[in-house]
Design a protein around this ligand. Sequence first.
Ligand code: ADE
Length: 391
Amino acid sequence: MRIDVVSIFPAYLEPLGLSLIGKATSQGVLDVHVHDLRDFTHDRHRTVDDTPYGGGAGMVMRPEPWGEAFDALTDGDDVPHLIVPAPGGVLFTQAIAAELARKPRLAFACGRYEGIDERVIDEARIRMPVSVISLGDYVLNGGEVAALAMIEAIARLIPGVIGNAASLDEESHTGGLLEYPIYTKPREWRGHEVPSVLLSGDHGAIESWRLGQRYERTEASRPDLLETGGDSGTSPSTENPRFVAATADDAGEIWTMARACWITEARDHNSFNIPALTENLTDVQEWLTQWRAWVVRSRGRLIGSVRARRTEKLWDIGRLMVAPDMQGRGLGKALLAYAEQQAPDDIVGFSMFTGGHSVANLRMYQRAGYETRGRSTYAGIPTVELYKSRD
Ligand code: ADE
């Protein structure tokens, strides 16, 4: 990728020669060019600013030097995608970084003072794609720091720029969630232990613990990221589910959805004598007072639910359900991970029951790290007791 940056402070961009971006440049993965806007002026003082028409505080960047700088950037066949860092632009996100990382050529126009004469942007749009992008809801002295931040976020997504491409998959903001906590040696430091699940070698358990941590952290620090999977989405979505503690008001929908979800169990076991199907609305209202339960909604509609409670040192998880049209997208796994995450600290393991013929469920629980602990029957139906140690 070629990156051009135009600024009146080229020295501000010197960090681009350091670290991974610098290395990628010396290896030819990136081709970075920094230009001094004043090189496109023609007066003795190399003037780039003037007073604003209509009055007001501060100075405005004159259009002529920018026009000439853009002429130089667009004189070949491969026109860059121009990015103008400005506090009034669209908010820079990981998704925008990923989109820009796919472009062969980018250019950054770093304004200073009160900003750039608006006609510069209008004229640039005639010959190249232009995005005005803000780093956040605060005002910097100019676009250079924002350009540095954006270039780093974009460039590290380009193959060959960072060594371990796998680490890109699970990092913060990938999939709209924040990162899980990470630890290294020693195992115990100043009285703080590394979470034991990470020492267990059980990859299923580790994966679900990490997913649960990502949801918990996102909910605590950035609940706005979870909103898109909730009521604000334009179509029903299981992405970024928001887990909400169930209340008595949810009882009717939980009861109704359980019927839709357990009907396949009834068919597979040739019996309707399954607790989730035989209980009535009052039963659900009652167990909601005795269990902790969580629901996930999409555009107001209940699409998933799970409940859990303590039995001595175990955390019993049950009534794990996902609306039939929302199944197969990972929501069940996410609900399970979330329910596990809610277990009090002294809980040593998780237990669940499912029907002996519920092949798909059993497979999902196995992948989440559960093992068969026992088999029995309930009202003539074979059941499997599943267990997963917490560490
Ligand atoms: N220039 C000044 N403030 C900025 C911001 N918040 N984001 C991008 N560019 C800027």
